[in-house]
Design a protein around this ligand. Structure first.
Ligand code: ATP
Ligand code: MG
Length: 273
């Protein structure tokens, strides 16, 4: 990968523009010469992330929220495993959003989300998020259109509020092809180590692949803002996906440029006996 910034521009959905999921290549390699070069670059990014996260935690004034969305088997878990390995688990929080429990469902849909947003100095990663409330809810017909449609506006305002108050919000859609999803779901069905991950409902969702894609297309266009942009990451190749998310996170943290607190002035000239 020649230039991280270039790459980010390519993946970012400009505010008001279509996500363009149909024209974006899920199997893209993003200019990486080959997998070995990609993995080498990822190593560097992982190291860099560890350093930047340490500074973010020490500074303790700002936070980062990474939202990971994608179809089943798009690799949300794999991304976390491979990209966040260099990060101190203290100061990092991963939250998976499932179907709302009865107590969650008794509140508005942002209630459970806001409660687990990162504190100052933290990075939080959401696997699935409030975007399920405009995607899954829409495709499965859990709420009528008038209900989910007005949520775009809530979400823009909510994320704007988080940003204004010191949380940088980055949203990544892991863009997987229908064919690669088939292969991965078959593998889940056949491999006893993976079978637990598959639910009957997932096969149901797969039958609505096109509708999910259309719902994502709309949700991304409606909510990619200057404050909280969406990035569409090609997810057919795991290593490309990891590399892209690594570049996005490192660039985001570098832009924040977190500063270590000044050392205790009394330390000047002291030695450890
Ligand atoms: P993987 O991609 O590895 O299968 P996953 O994110 O699908 O992981 P699961 O526990 O298998 O994790 O599935 C969570 C399920 O919860 C998804 O089907 C998702 O659509 C659903 N879900 C999450 N939030 C909501 C919501 N607000 N309303 C309805 N369904 C939701
Ligand atoms: Mg699942």
């Amino acid at each position: 990968v020649s230039d991280g910034r270039d790459l980010l521009g390519q993946l970012r959905v400009e505010p008001g523009s279509p996500a363009g999921l149909k024209r974006r290549d899920t199997g893209a390699r993003l200019g990486a010469a080959n997998k070995a070069a990609g993995l080498e670059r990822l190593d560097e990014l992982v190291r860099r992330l560890g350093i930047l996260h340490n500074r973010l935690a020490a500074e303790a004034t700002r936070a980062v929220l990474l939202v990971l969305q994608g179809m089943d088997a798009s690799g949300k878990d794999g991304t976390i495993r491979n990209v966040l390995t260099g990060i101190n688990p203290q100061g990092c929080r991963v939250v998976s959003f499932r179907e709302p429990t009865s107590s969650e469902a008794a509140h508005d849909y942002l209630w459970r989300v806001h409660a687990v947003c990162p504190a100052r100095g933290e990075i939080a990663i959401f696997t699935r998020s409030h975007y399920e409330d405009v995607v899954a809810v829409r495709v499965r017909g859990l709420e009528p259109e008038e209900v989910w449609r007005r949520r775009y506006e809530h979400i823009r305002s909510f994320e704007r509020m988080l940003t204004d108050e010191g949380t940088t919000v980055v949203k990544v859609f892991l863009h997987l092809s229908e064919d690669v999803q088939r292969t991965r779901l078959r593998e889940r069905l056949e491999n006893p180590e993976k079978r637990w991950k598959l639910r009957v409902a997932d096969l149901d969702d797969r039958r609505h692949f096109e509708e999910y894609a259309a719902a994502y297309e709309d949700a991304i266009r409606e909510t990619s803002t200057q404050a909280a942009p969406w990035y569409v990451v090609p997810a057919d190749h795991n290593w490309v996906r990891n590399l892209a998310v690594g570049e996005i996170l490192v660039a985001t943290l570098e832009r924040l440029d977190p500063r270590l607190p000044a050392p205790d002035p009394g330390l000047e000239g002291l030695e450890v006996s």
